[in-house]
Write a protein that binds this ligand. Structure first.
Ligand SMILES: Cc1cc2nc3c(=O)[nH]c(=O)nc-3n(C[C@H](O)[C@H](O)[C@H](O)COP(=O)(O)OP(=O)(O)OC[C@H]3O[C@@H](n4cnc5c(N)ncnc54)[C@H](O)[C@@H]3O)c2cc1C
Length: 440
């Protein structure tokens, strides 16, 4: 993600720098006014670049799952691109507002010459200025709601649907107010490319086409309640389902009014188009889900997505697999997929962290799956019995000088503390693969 952002910033800087320093676009005014003018353009360009990236990623281009590490990470990149875009937009707005200060301090003398526009173009440019300003206020408000985690997800998602419209307003602002000389320079080419990518994402989103090519219908064939806060659902999908890799997830719509929610496919692909989900009551919708589901009910599934795939493990690396609570679901799919060919199962330590092993619905299932796989050592860490997993115990148990892969799915707090602990004490190289159960 950081490399992608850095590359985009460098590209914008190069294109803008060429226009300023090679084509000499900043001439004609005094230094403070020229700096203000170019600061305005550069912050605008950077904001458009980040916002276009965010909009393009919102269209779920599956071919980018590989380079970006899966759809969950793609959404994190989308979120950070959005945050950076709003930051640059706010800077752009502040620079625009700075003209009054400059006038007061150094006077109007030395102002950059303004282009002459009239007729329809002048009207459109005025409109573009206003649109840019309204859109900036709206995206700032959206950012505040996104970062304010206590704001409920459902109204947030409803409001977030306005983003494509706000993007189109900002694109209109950029096209009309970008300096005319840009369109004959590489910076104009880059701006046009970015706007095309962003407009594609916006239109795709407004037309309701996101993920449509991966949507299939199906029917619920079984509903079980393995624990008070878990519902297990098995679905049979229609012919369009292309199968899945163990560890992938899908967006599942049980109720069209509620819309899709992401859940990991907690079973292996048996080639019969049946898939199952283990869903924990983590919020309002999932809490009431068991009462709303019944056998024979229609379901819509979009996917599969994700790169938390056992086939991606490095066969030379020591394997540590860590599941926290409902984060066990991708590992259930991994272990199930290995049952048919236990000889191919890698040597791995699977740590399952649960609140109480006696009441946990997955402990027995994990044991029976691991019994058939001699290479997999199962460790149950039950908090109520004092069993807490920490980085120090992992370092003590394993050869910390060896190349190691940690595959983690569970609470963010546990991921961070383990990663921090391992970074401090692991002697060799380790890769931390994480499936994020959060997209906002
Ligand atoms: C890749 C992935 C795989 C997941 N796999 C599982 C699984 O196997 N089992 C399981 O129990 N849970 C899983 N989750 C979590 C599950 O999606 C949320 O717990 C569920 O959507 C919460 O909905 P709610 O309305 O009950 O809770 P809320 O309180 O409304 O939401 C809690 C959080 O869940 C997320 N969320 C809610 N609705 C959506 C939505 N429509 N789209 C995206 N995110 C949403 C948001 O981050 C929100 O802050 C997974 C999440 C992701 C991203």
């Amino acid at each position: 993600m950081k490399t992608l952002f850095a590359s985009l910033v460098v590209l914008v800087l190069l294109a803008w720098g060429r226009d300023v320093f090679v084509a000499g676009a900043a001439g004609g005014g005094s230094l403070p006014w020229a700096v203000r003018q170019e600061g305005l353009y550069l912050s605008g360009l950077l904001s458009v670049a980040m916002m276009s990236l965010a909009m393009f990623l919102a269209a779920r281009p599956t071919w980018l799952e590989g380079p970006l590490g899966g759809l969950d990470r793609m959404y994190r990149t989308h979120k950070w691109a959005g945050i950076l875009a709003v930051g640059f937009a706010a800077l752009h707005w502040l620079i625009e507002m700075s003209s009054d200060i400059l006038k007061a301090v150094i006077g109007r003398e030395g102002r950059m010459p303004e282009g002459k526009y009239n007729g329809l173009l002048e009207v459109l440019r005025d409109l573009a200025e206003d649109m840019g300003e309204w859109a900036i206020y709206a995206v700032l408000a959206m950012l505040a709601l996104t970062l304010w985690k206590r704001f409920p997800y459902r109204p947030w998602r409803f409001l977030h649907q306005a983003m494509p419209v706000l993007y189109l307003m900002l694109a209109f602002h950029a096209v009309l107010l970008a300096p005319t000389d840009y369109w004959a320079q590489p910076v104009g080419g880059l701006l046009a490319l970015l706007l095309c990518a962003g407009v594609y994402g916006s239109v795709h989103s407004l037309a309701g086409h996101i993920g449509r090519s991966r949507q299939v219908s199906g029917t619920i064939v079984a509903v079980e309640r393995p624990a008070a806060d878990i519902v297990a659902v098995r679905c049979r999908l229609d012919g369009g389902w292309r199968g899945h890799r163990p560890g992938q997830f899908a967006f599942v719509t049980f109720d069209p009014k509620e819309g899709p929610h992401p859940f990991t496919i907690a079973s292996a692909d048996r080639g019969d188009r049946t898939i199952s989900f283990q869903i924990k009551a983590l919020g309002d919708y999932t809490r009431n889900l068991p009462d709303r589901l019944q056998t024979g009910q229609a379901v819509k599934v979009e996917g599969p997505y994700g790169r938390f795939d056992i086939a991606r493990r490095n066969p030379r690396a020591q394997q540590i697999w860590i599941a926290g609570g409902i984060g066990v679901t991708p590992f259930l799919a991994w272990l199930e997929s290995l049952q048919a060919r236990p000889g191919e199962a890698p040597v791995a330590d699977l740590h399952y962290c649960t609140r109480d092993r006696e009441a946990d619905p997955f402990v027995a299932r994990l044991k029976s799956l691991c019994d058939a796989l001699p290479g997999i050592r199962l460790h149950i860490h039950s908090a109520s019995q004092g069993g807490v997993l920490d980085a120090a115990s992992m370092v003590a148990e394993k050869d910390s000088a060896r190349l190691t892969e940690v595959w983690f799915c569970g609470p963010q707090g546990l991921a961070e503390s383990l990663k921090k602990g391992l970074q401090a004490s692991w002697r060799g190289k380790f890769h931390f693969h994480q499936e994020a159960f959060e997209m906002r």
